[in-house]
Design a protein around this ligand. Structure first.
Ligand SMILES: [Zn+2]
Length: 79
């Protein structure tokens, strides 16, 4: 995984901790568009990004969070 990809993964991880703003979300989304590898890897993250973009007030469930963290880790370790 490239440094650039890694950077975005870290940001997504920050989002899970509730530290991501809309602007960063847009950046991540843009990266996903340009990067097939990340896209494949983190299919499940798309829902997260959408949630963020829509500025949803909804709390992300623990289950969802746990699943996403697992995907992130798998991707970053290069499977
Ligand atoms: Zn990437």
């Amino acid at each position: 995984m490239s440094e650039n990809c890694r950077k975005h993964f870290h940001r997504i991880s920050e989002y899970l901790d509730g530290e991501l703003d809309e602007r960063i979300c847009a950046e991540i989304e843009r990266h996903l568009k340009d990067c097939p590898r990340c896209r494949d890897c983190i299919d499940s993250l798309r829902d997260t990004i959408r949630l963020c973009r829509e500025g949803s007030e909804e709390e992300v469930s623990d289950d969802f969070r746990t699943r996403l963290r697992a995907s992130l880790r798998e991707c970053m370790e290069g499977r």
